[in-house]
Write a protein that binds this ligand. Structure first.
Ligand code: FPP
Length: 240
């Protein structure tokens, strides 16, 4: 914590939590065990983010493309998600966390939606930190769906052609409700965005860590924030 400057915190942090599978194979365990360890890391990092005053945390928990993984891995992830929501319910409601979800949520199994939707509703008045779970989420799919919404609004006379701009598109992108991410962290050693927050990441600072997600420590999170704080953000402009 001493590494970081409390006056220059990223307001919105997004995390691509990669490396669960490799963590499990290093231990000769099934991939589902890697995801279980990954969900423990989620609990830890969510608490830490809330404690240090991050206003919005968006976690890439399941991509639209992840549906193509083996059926048993997909079901294990859905069970873990449900367990997470059940076990964290009190923590979320009692600690001022507003839970939100973005992605093609109607594809989620009813057991997951059955715990996710009421918790999102009940935690809506909370305002200490917004925790958004990106589930069945794809950045391209989200932009396509916003484009469809714009086309419909145009066809039905709610928006003029001249008013269709980046702002109008952004207003129809659910992951933008908490604003653009200031910092995107990816664990697991790969240096790509993998369809995460594509619209909002235009000016996000990126931080890549070799650490596998289950091992991503509180100190690693501070290191990422300290790195963010050393950057000069210019948003395409000239800063003297
Ligand atoms: C990528 O690791 C991770 C995922 C596809 C799922 C992330 C899920 C969790 C962290 C746990 C459940 C989530 C919540 C919110 C409780 P990978 O499997 O692609 O790892 P690999 O690249 O090493 O194979």
């Amino acid at each position: 914590m001493t590494l970081i400057d409390a006056r220059n915190m990223p307001r919105h942090v997004g995390i691509i939590m990669d490396g669960n599978g490799r963590w499990a194979s290093q231990r000769d365990e099934p991939r589902s065990e890697g995801h279980r360890a990954g969900s423990r890391a989620v609990r830890r990092i969510v608490r830490l983010a809330r404690r240090i005053g991050i206003e919005a945390l968006t976690l890439y928990a399941f991509s639209f493309q992840n549906w193509a993984r083996p059926e048993d891995e997909v079901s294990a992830l859905m069970v873990l998600l449900q367990e997470y929501l059940l076990s964290e319910r009190e923590d979320i409601l009692g600690n001022g966390i507003r839970l939100a979800a973005v992605g093609e949520l109607d594809q989620l199994p009813p057991e997951v939606r059955g715990v996710l939707e009421p918790l999102c509703r009940e935690s809506q008045p909370n305002d200490r930190m917004t925790l958004t779970l990106a589930l069945s989420y794809g950045g391209q799919e989200e932009i396509a769906s916003a484009a469809r919404a714009l086309a419909k609004d145009y066809a039905e006379g709610r928006i003029a052609l001249a008013d269709i701009d980046a702002k109008a598109l952004g207003e129809r992108i659910p992951s933008q409700r908490v604003g653009e991410p200031d910092l995107i962290i990816r664990t697991g050693g790969e240096t790509r965005l993998s369809n995460f927050l594509l619209f909002g990441s235009a000016y996000a600072e990126l931080f890549f860590s070799d650490r596998l997600w289950p091992e991503f420590s509180d100190e690693d999170f501070f290191t990422a924030i300290a790195s963010y704080q050393r950057r000069q953000r210019r948003f395409g402009q000239v800063v003297s």
